[in-house]
Design a protein around this ligand. Sequence first.
Ligand code: ATP
Ligand code: MG
Length: 381
Amino acid sequence: MANIILTGDRPTGRLHIGHYVGSLRRRVELQNSGLFDRIYIMIADAQALTDNADNPQKVRENILEVALDYLSAGLDPDKVCIFIQSQVSELTELTFFYNNLVTIQRLQRNPTVKSEIQMRGFNADEEADNKAGIPVGFFCYPISQAADITAFKANVVPAGEDQKPMVEQTREIVRKFNSTYGPVLVEPEILLPDSHACQRLPGTDGKAKMSKSLGNCIYLSDSAEEVAAKVKGMFTDPNHLQVSDPGNVEVNTVFTYLDAFCRDEHFEKFASCFVGRKSSFTFHNLDEAKAQYRAGGLGDMMLKNFLTAILNDTLEPIRQRRKELEKNIPYVYEVLRKGSEQACQTAAQTLKEVKAAMKINYFDQGVLDELIAAQTAKYNG
Ligand code: ATP
Ligand code: MG
């Protein structure tokens, strides 16, 4: 079986560091690993419209932003196919057929859809308190995601933890389809980041998942000053009032970010962050810093300066590449146009197989002759 990846992002804003640790960083590694036959990266504009139907301009503009972020982060169009979801109309057709294989009750149980409905303020009882109801397209987007994954026969979906229920839903659809119509589709596996922090990076507010829709993000394209200001405003342990107080590293967003971004060599590279007027420390790894924080004496400012240094060190090459790419917008659109063309070809082939399995390929070569022969025999003996 071929090794194929499908993954993507909604063009609802620029990409943030949650995307980077949750998916993007891994994608670049996988692209360069040589282990995959094909890699498809989708900009999910049709999905973005399911909860942004009244704001098509936002979605349109963010397609370019996401594409710029991809290329700046190191995705290489010679190795991966980057495409725009809405340009592959086969995906809509597949969704329509898969709709028959899923119940409303099953969709209602999807925990990610549930929490996203809440986050967006959609209400099941729209008349009760004057809130917007749940758009059907939004409610059904796990089915359209199954179409996206299966159209490319992807067996691996690198994504953050919130996508687990989506991939599970896809697996169910594949099993149902294959057992009803024949073995056409491939059952995918989610590929989660290794560490808990990377699977669901919290927002700078420390509360929910970092998410474009919540305005709690550090963006890949933020300037060094913006990153510093956002880190400065982050919550740490609310009970760590005095530097000398023992601190908690578990419910502490700064440490969660350090878990996601910090490598041992950063302690040598940014040792100066831990040299202060009143106290100085030498750490070799994050465990040592955590132990000191727990014991007391290590201040939040030192930690925040260290985190800022690491983030800016990680983001600087991405920012530089973005600046170059921003000078060549036609190139970026050409990448998307070519990728979308290529994606259409693959999806069309899968759709053809799906239609044949579902016996709705009446006019395919050879099929019509058989149909005519059978129906003629039925009516004319
Ligand atoms: P939106 O608010 O519009 O849903 P988003 O920020 O949640 O945007 P998506 O485009 O929905 O981003 O997600 C794209 C990919 O990034 C998915 O694989 C998702 O799991 C991953 N991802 C998004 N946010 C995070 C996060 N905070 N931590 C880890 N992975 C994330
Ligand atoms: Mg999301």
